[in-house]
Write a protein that binds this ligand. Structure first.
Ligand SMILES: [Zn+2]
Ligand SMILES: [Zn+2]
Length: 82
């Protein structure tokens, strides 16, 4: 299971850049903590799964994106939704 960095609950979101690349080694969050610290949500990406490998099980799981503060453009959307 991939855990939230903050609370150790199961993660549902992964931190990605504007271009949908995973940030660093991967920062994972549950729904409650996904948008803390100014992290941003693209309103069009709630059905966009980012494939992440669960290092414990080796399985590929799909997580929804969350974006670093300031990552989204003036329309509050990511690179897929100009
Ligand atoms: Zn959490
Ligand atoms: Zn988007």
């Amino acid at each position: 299971m991939i855990k939230c960095l903050v609370c150790d609950q199961e993660a549902e979101r992964v931190l990605v850049t504007y271009m949908h690349e995973i940030v660093g080694e991967g920062a994972f969050f549950c729904e409650r903590h996904a948008f803390d610290d100014g992290r941003e949500r693209c309103p069009y990406c709630d059905d966009y799964g980012v494939e992440v490998e669960d290092e414990d099980s080796g399985e590929i799981v799909e997580l929804l994106p969350t974006y670093p503060a300031g990552a989204l453009d003036s329309e509050d959307s990511c690179s897929e939704h100009p």
